[in-house]
Design a protein around this ligand. Structure first.
Ligand SMILES: [Zn+2]
Length: 278
C-alpha cells in the first residue's frame, strides 16, 4: 500500500492553533443509516433496524475550533463506482441529505474552515472519516496509533468498513496519539478500543459540564446507561476491550456533570441543540 498522507507523532507537531477554553459545542447530523440493533448493542436483534443518525461536532474555543469526526464523504456514497472502489458493500444504503451536509452545517454555524485547528477521529470507519477531505496540511487529523496501524496492515481493506482513500491523500497530515492524551486545554481523548483496535472517545470540558463523545464505543444511550458493549468488535480481544470501554463510559456518565453522547442514537436529543456556554 502506498501512503500519500504525512503521518507524524502528535508530540512532534506544533500545539493546536486554539486559544482559551472550549465555550461552545455545535452538533451536526450529516446523514442517516439503517443499522441492525444487534450491531449497535451486543445481544440486540439482527432483524430490527434503527435509522441511526451519522454525527459530527464542532468544539468552539475562544479562538479557533476543532472537529470531532465528520460523517461520510457524500461524493463517495453517491457515486457507486467510487464507493465500490474502496468499499465492498454494494447494498449499503444510507440517507444523504441534499448538498454537502457537513460543509453546509459548518457554514450555518458561522464557523470558518481557516479557523479550524484540527479534527479528531474516533475511529477509521467510513461513516466517520468524511471530514479528512476538508483538512489543510496544517490542520491535522488526530487518531490513535493503533488505529492507523490496524487500517494500514489489513489483508482486505475493502471488507473493513473503510473508505481508506479518505485517509490516504497528498496534503493530509495525520497526527498519532497513544492512549489517553490531552489535545488542548479542556479537550482530551481516552482509549475506548474494542469496536476497532484504536477507537478513542473525546472528552470536552465546557464551562458548566463535561461532554464525552463516545463514538461507536456506544452507538446508543442504551449502551451507556446499561453498560452493554457495542455489537460490533474487531480482533480476538475486541469484545473484552469493548466491555472495558463501555464500563469506562458508564462510570463517567454516572457523574451528574458529565454527559456521554452516543454517536448514532436516533433518540438522543442533544444532537439537535447547540451547547452555548458563552
Ligand atoms: Zn464504527
Amino acid at each position: 500500500m502506498s501512503i500519500r498522507t504525512v503521518v507524524r507523532d502528535r508530540a512532534v507537531l506544533a500545539p493546536l492553533d486554539v486559544a482559551g477554553r472550549p465555550r461552545r459545542v455545535v452538533p451536526f447530523v450529516v446523514g442517516y443509516e439503517p443499522i441492525p440493533e444487534g450491531v449497535s448493542v451486543d445481544g440486540g436483534s439482527r432483524f430490527r433496524f434503527l435509522l441511526e443518525p451519522v454525527t459530527a461536532a464542532a468544539i468552539v474555543f475562544d479562538e479557533g475550533w476543532m472537529l470531532v469526526d465528520g460523517g461520510f464523504d457524500p461524493r463517495r456514497i453517491r457515486d457507486r463506482d467510487l464507493r465500490l472502489a474502496t468499499f465492498d458493500y454494494e447494498n449499503y444504503l444510507p440517507i444523504v441529505p441534499p448538498g454537502d451536509p457537513l460543509v453546509d452545517q459548518i457554514d450555518e454555524a458561522g464557523l470558518a474552515m481557516h479557523d479550524l485547528a484540527a479534527a479528531v477521529l474516533t475511529h477509521a470507519h467510513f461513516d466517520h472519516t468524511g471530514a479528512a477531505r476538508l483538512l489543510a496540511p496544517d490542520q491535522p487529523l488526530i487518531m490513535q496509533r493503533t488505529e492507523w496501524e490496524h487500517v494500514t496492515t489489513l489483508a482486505d481493506p475493502r471488507a473493513a468498513f473503510l473508505l481508506f482513500d479518505d485517509l490516504n491523500r497528498a496534503g493530509l497530515t495525520i497526527a498519532l496519539v497513544d492512549g489517553d492524551a490531552e489535545l488542548a486545554p479542556g479537550v482530551r481523548v481516552i482509549d475506548t478500543s474494542g469496536h476497532t483496535p484504536g477507537h478513542q472517545s473525546v472528552v470536552v470540558e465546557v464551562p458548566d459540564r463535561t461532554i464525552v463523545f463516545a463514538g461507536d464505543a456506544a452507538d446508543l444511550r442504551h449502551n451507556i446507561e446499561h453498560g452493554v458493549r457495542c455489537g460490533s468488535t474487531v480482533g480476538p480481544h475486541g469484545t473484552e476491550a469493548a466491555d472495558a470501554a463501555i464500563d469506562r463510559l458508564h462510570a463517567l456518565d454516572a457523574d451528574p456533570l458529565v454527559e456521554v453522547w452516543p454517536a448514532h442514537d436516533p433518540e438522543w436529543g442533544p444532537w439537535r441543540a447547540v451547547i452555548d456556554a458563552r
